[in-house]
Write a protein that binds this ligand. Sequence first.
Ligand code: 3UK
Length: 513
Amino acid sequence: DLRYPDRLNCAAHLLDTALAAVGPDRRCLISATETWTYGDLDRRSDQIAEVLTTELGVLPGHRVLICGPNSPWTVACWFGVLKAGAVVVTVVPLLRSEEIATVAEIADVGVALCAPGCDAEAVKADVAGMRVVSVGGSGPDDLVARCARSPQRRFVAVQTSQDDVAMIAFTSGTTGRPKGCMHFHRDVLTIADTFAKHVLKPTADDVFTGSPPLGFTFGLGGLVIFPLAVGASTVLLERGSPEALLAAVEKHGVSVLFTAPTAYRAMLAMLEAAPDGGRDPRLLTLRRCVSAGEALPAETWRAWLAATDIKIIDGIGATELLHIFISAADDDIRPGSTGRPVPGWQAAILDADGHPVPDGEPGLLAVRGPIGCRYLADERQTSYVRHGWNYTGDTYIRDEDGYFWYQARSDDMIISSGYNIAGPEVESALLRHPSVLEAGVVGTPDPDRGQLVTAFVVLRPDTSPGEATVKELQEFVKLRIAPYKYPRVIHFVPALPRTATGKLQRFKLKDLS
Ligand code: 3UK
């Protein structure tokens, strides 16, 4: 049942529910230097709302940009802005000032809350009328200092409607002008009541951690909304490298992990078998692992199962639809497949005209459910939302049992000598070779074949990148998938270009060759 009261402020609702369930002294946000209880988060977000409304002129409906690392203060800003009835605008950190300025202009941002890492002054110069306030920096104007001075009184959260916009999340897309995706207050609760409730099933005793930035809705859901909706605690890492993830799991007894496929592979390369051949002693508390952002190859899923006895939950989500809408669940898992629609969601494979494509054949993934895509002032709305469905831009196959198998981003399908080839399938085949750590496969222009299947491969440290290895990898692929798909060109590289959210930047690979 996804009905919510008409008057709904998702921030106040989440915190009030958690406080009623676990009380104010329960640990909520844990960072390298601080531990905040639920009471701390409630009090500090009240103070932020107070400062925003009384000192910074923020009114309900105003847009407030938050640019900060995964930290307790970034979370407090998120709750404070929403309690004030304003709209949170999120970006992933590490954006350059020019990109932040573009986002600020599209979203008509009045106030920007920026942690020290974010180039606040540079942004200010570019956006007329935007006030930049530092968070966790120094000086009397810093938000943390303002909060310390503000009266210790309760802020009565603005009574927004369930379908008032709560947040505008900018897509982590790798090309083109950034798109702002608007989501309602009810949408924030809906992700906890669909994917989290039916698939993840967390409890108040769980400890969450992961690598995605909070400015990316994968991170916001997995590291803030899901744990807080059940009164659990969450470990926020400023740098969620694979080393840092392993260390955090051990140090804080983490039970739920959110990260992307590359990080699972990198962690596997670092794991040590316990003396009895069992699980790495650092990972004993781990219970659930979620992977999203790009496809999880069956090989990675199997290797993680062998090392940890945990079945990774692969799920596809999108900024447009806030979080995960197709996923594996408990024992309902086919390695290499994304799984089936999350309860509450429908998915279909359609052609461009909205007609169904038969099972077993590739087509466009179309989904619909409790959350929809609403771009902020962007004409691309009508290419994402068509025929009553959200077209995610992915090519998928549904099998006869209803499982969805990722092929590629639709505009990344390689066409070589008339064959359609999905780069990720070739990548999965390469990853099965013991010398391959990472692989990225793209189509590059070729006068004879139209496009050539070209692979970029990161080898394990002990392998030599010579012509013999090229031949060996090509033969290896030919034996495992249809031979016409094998990479005719293989480049060895030290690393693959990826976004802050773990996605392979295929356009950069194309430029490299
Ligand atoms: C791709 C996947 C195969 C796919 C996201 C979980 O990634 C997220 O949002 P973005 O807007 O990108 C969306 C696109 O990414 N993708 C994501 N997950 C998978 N492809 N298998 C997967 N498991 O192309 C999709 O259209 O950056 C993921 C939760 C929230 C999110 N925003």
